[in-house]
Write a protein that binds this ligand. Sequence first.
Ligand code: ZN
Length: 429
Amino acid sequence: MTLYLKNATYIDWKPLEFHSTHLAVSPGIDGGIRLLDALPPESERSDNDSVFECNQRLVTKSFACGHHHIYSALARGMPAPAKTPQNFPEILEYIWWCVDKALDMEMIEASALVSALYCVKNGVTFVIDHHASPFAIEGSLDTIAGAFDRVGVSHLLCYEISDRDGEGPREKGLQETDNYLKSGRQGHVGLHASFTVSDNLLKKAVALAQKHTTGIHVHVAEDQADQEACLNNHNQRVLERYRDAGVLDLSKSILAHCIHLSKKEKELLRRSEVWIVQNVESNQNNNVGLANYKELGGHVMLGTDGMHSDMLRSAKAAFFAGQAIEGIDLAGIYKRFRNVHLYIRANGFCGDGDNNLVILDYNSPTEINAENFLSHFTYGLESSHVHSVVSCGKLVVKNKKVLTVEEDEILAFSRAMGNKLWKKMQKAS
Ligand SMILES: [Zn+2]
């Protein structure tokens, strides 16, 4: 069942070499690709093989998101909260914790389907998600996994466990995580953030991550309030607390944001194997500040924090915001954009093999080549150029049409679920 990409301009994403070639793409999880001078004659191809004409379009590795929240997918356009939030803790309390508490399993499925749909349309074939639905926890990760699988997005999921809604949701969160990871699925042990996690829960979460040989996925110092709560309640800073709990010893751990860190905490990160995710548009939206990620070592990747599913947009936003604070250059932002693949590979997760590809209809007004690719990447390439997408060797988007699911049906379903969610939230407020 080989997929042949005929007449491609293949860009090898690491050395950024350009090849005018044909590609043989193997099917399945972690399948590979071969560069061919000529397609095998039809007599040597199997009946299941297919040929896709690229017409010299750019073909390169597809994209991946280091930190997403499918739970926020139905929030677009919802009515304003009853009280206007004045700071980050109030944004959580008046907006996001109202959204996630109202989610039921049907809404979660719609959120996951529509997020996955936008991901593939934007060339994103792998998502690391951090999910919350305190009153619909049991089975939520399987529901998300099923939706992602249907659309053709590989994933690393977790449930963001916390103490904010009491013992019931906390224990269910731990149970859901254990059940999901026990079932053989890959994922993390998710925690919301230091200020909503007790010492008892932190201990249990690290033990669960060790049991399943995975890491903790948690928000870190997104706002100064996280540090203040940690100093007040635990007499130490957030990363000191996580160091003592063993979070920083787990190489699969993902720390989202890491904005308000002391010199000592930055040093802890530079010495650790854990990974950090930058989500600059979300930080600007919440007005929580910007960080100089160059000070945190090389383990920095990019996410969307649920704002959208467009990683090319995230890369541009990080590049422009980074000019003022860290002077990041074109090579630096491209590396950060691609670091997620290194995280996935180094930690033995699957679903991001070489047979994940994006075909770009980038009819540039100026020449594009290996020497100036990074400039085109930052100033030219956009998700609107995504023409077709191959996920695990299978064509999932062809000429901008999603092949795996009916786009209109999913959008109609998500609109219905959005209305249901907004009504439920208004009743609750
Ligand atoms: Zn987040």
